[in-house]
Design a protein around this ligand. Structure first.
Ligand SMILES: [Fe+2]
Ligand SMILES: [Fe+2]
Length: 248
């Protein structure tokens, strides 16, 4: 089946526009909340190098947020109004913003989950949005590079690594639920059918976890137990459970 191509804001109508706005709002919440996380982390970063990096990541996330603001304005919406409905960054991600280990786990876990969604939006049938996402993903590669480096540094110290592992156990289920949402359902089907996204949530989530696993295995970081996902209310497909169970 051929999916539509929507080349401008006035062409986005009805149900398609509603779903587009839901997805863009989710990204906008993530970009703006992440800008705040990195901005705040300048204070708790342990070294000058990390502080400067946090400052530059905050600036990049602000730039990503601005791109979304422009897209909302093209669609006739006020970004301030959309932003005002967002929960606080700490609440949104269940994060302690003044704890460096939380920030390090966030960088490895949460920020990358967003990137996997943006990979979908880069190929979206809503072209004005898709066209904005290539430079965003280039920045995100840098953020993940730093996340992986953080993980490797923590892995060199048993006590610090145990702390990283324990925070990761809590943060991954929250991320799976917040960043990916339900793996099946009409909304999912609609997004794929209209080309707003190119893969199902199950496929995107599995791609994210499999990529992560490649960095976890060498340092011995484990996935949380399935019960932790259940407790968080994160629904998992059989294929996803299999990936998680492969590294306990
Ligand atoms: Fe971003
Ligand atoms: Fe990022």
């Amino acid at each position: 089946m051929t999916t539509p191509v929507v080349r401008s804001a006035p062409e986005a109508k009805g149900e398609y526009r509603d779903m587009l706005l839901r997805l863009m709002t989710r990204q906008f919440y993530a970009e703006t909340a992440t800008a705040e996380v990195f901005g705040r982390s300048i204070g708790c970063a342990p070294t000058l190098r990390e502080k400067l990096m946090a400052a530059s990541f905050a600036e990049e996330e602000a730039e990503h947020s601005q791109r979304l603001c422009n897209l909302f304005m093209d669609l006739g919406l006020d970004p301030e109004q959309i932003h005002s409905a967002r929960p606080s960054a700490a609440k949104f991600w269940s994060l302690d913003l003044d704890n460096w280990v939380h920030i390090a786990v966030f960088n490895f876990t949460v920020d990358r989950a967003g990137s996997h969604q943006i990979m979908e939006y880069r190929d979206s049938s809503y072209r004005p949005w898709a066209e904005q996402m290539t430079p965003v993903l280039e920045d995100e590669e840098g953020h993940y590079g730093n996340g992986v480096q953080n993980l490797r540094e923590f892995a060199q110290d048993k006590k610090k690594f145990d702390e990283f592992q324990s925070i990761y156990f809590g943060m991954l289920p929250v991320t799976v639920k917040r960043a990916f949402g339900r793996p099946v359902g009409e909304d999912n089907d609609y997004c794929v059918k209209t080309g707003l996204k190119r893969h199902t949530t199950e496929q995107v989530l599995n791609r994210y976890l499999t990529e992560m696993l490649g960095y976890m295995r060498p340092v011995g970081l484990k996935f949380p137990k399935l019960a932790a996902f259940e407790k968080e209310g994160a629904e998992l497909m059989a294929s996803t459970r299999e990936i998680i169970l492969s590294n306990q």
